[in-house]
Design a protein around this ligand. Structure first.
Ligand SMILES: Nc1ncnc2c1ncn2[C@@H]1O[C@H](COP(=O)(O)OP(=O)(O)O)[C@@H](O)[C@H]1O
Ligand SMILES: [Mg+2]
Length: 348
């Protein structure tokens, strides 16, 4: 009875601390926070960090990118899958956790599971753990991102079967072959959504002579971008500053124009999948060949990326349900999964 009550009122948290977005889910409630991993800091007059204060967080901070005056710095503290600024990451994490807990009536148990990028150093892991403890967690468990993504995508990670998950986020793509709850082979590439945005920016500059920012490039990617040469054509309009006279101009753009640029950026992901299949033990590669590859992360939403990867690798490719939230759902399931999943949690 007591246990049932505890389960009912507990505020166990699962956190996906991503390059692009941070997502938090609460046991029994699902995802309660999904905000950009962005912090706006107002620098104090003396120039020392002691006088700095957090001005905005998440969506509010993201809106300040490219629009802030000199004394306000807008920071994305996690870059390319690594924590570039420990202090700001810690502060961001604590504020997000507090925000979630403020809206909760019961806080009897505060177990927190939080994912760390594959290959995170001991120092990074300790920093994440300490920030989470400082936010009031009683027990903190870490989980490696490819495992969390695979659990969230409903792959049978604890079985003696090879599974392959490809998580395409903003800063990194992680390709992992998993079996028996562990990572048999994994690689983290610094090629993901942000690189596609950068490629769109350079293409538009060269081809149309216009300068656009990251937000416009991302919108174009979401609306008409495609990874596959057979995708249906789509077009959209955007505004940019002309390189010649510096004046704003609007321009049409077509998906077939972008396809070559985008698919070139995705080559390294195809290469990493092939290498993983070669380097994993043959039994596991055979399992993957039979069962296919599952894609998670926001990059899985790029139009027809599954068809392109299937063409290039010759394997079946599936997009996970709600791919952006696989990691946080996987974290939550690992925490609630009892003994069967207990071993996937890292204790240090
Ligand atoms: N519909 C879409 N088409 C293409 N890319 C998308 C789409 N939706 C989101 N993305 C991209 O997914 C990336 C973010 O993925 P996400 O898994 O949330 O990242 P992270 O794990 O780094 O926080 C961004 O580069 C974003 O532009
Ligand atoms: Mg992610």
């Amino acid at each position: 009875m007591l246990r049932r009550l505890r389960g009912l009122f507990s505020s166990d948290l699962a956190i996906d601390l991503g390059t692009t977005s941070t997502r938090v889910s609460v046991q029994g409630k699902g995802i309660v926070l999904d905000e950009p991993s962005v912090v706006a800091i107002r620098h104090g007059p003396s120039g020392t960090r002691n006088n700095d204060s957090i001005l905005a967080l998440g969506q509010a901070a993201k809106q300040m990118i490219g629009r802030a005056p000199g004394n306000i710095q807008v920071i994305q503290p996690i870059k390319d899958g690594v924590i570039a600024d420990f202090a700001v990451t810690g502060e961001m994490l604590q504020q997000f956790i507090r925000r979630v807990q403020k809206s909760r009536a019961f806080q009897s148990s505060r177990r927190v599971v939080i994912c760390v990028p594959y290959g995170a150093t001991q120092v990074e892991r300790r920093a994440i753990r300490e920030s989470t403890m400082a936010a009031g967690a009683r027990e903190v468990y870490l989980i490696e991102e490819p495992i969390a993504a695979a659990i969230g995508a409903d792959l049978p990670v604890v079985n003696p079967t090879g599974s392959m998950v490809v998580d395409i986020g903003g800063g990194t793509t992680e390709v992992g072959v998993l079996s028996l709850g562990g990572i048999v082979h994994a690689v983290s590439l610094r090629v993901a959504g942000d690189k596609l945005d950068a490629a769109i920016i350079s293409y538009i500059r060269e081809k149309h002579g216009l300068v656009v920012g990251e937000a416009t490039a991302a919108r174009i990617k979401h609306e008409i971008g495609t990874a596959w040469h057979k995708s249906a054509a789509r077009s959209t309009q955007f505004a940019g500053l002309h390189l010649g006279d510096g004046l704003p101009r609007s321009q049409d753009i077509d998906s077939s124009e972008l396809h070559t640029t985008l698919s070139k950026c995705l080559y390294p992901i195809v290469g990493a999948i092939k290498t993983a299949l070669e380097q994993a033990p043959p039994e596991l590669s055979a399992d993957v060949a039979e069962r296919g590859i599952i894609i998670t992360g926001g990059g899985a939403l790029l139009r027809d990326i599954d068809h392109m990867l299937a063409d290039e690798t010759g394997l079946p490719v599936f997009i996970a349900d709600d791919p952006r939230s696989c990691v946080v759902r996987g974290c939550a399931q690992a925490l609630q999964g009892g003994d069967a999943l207990g071993d996937v949690l890292l204790r240090e």
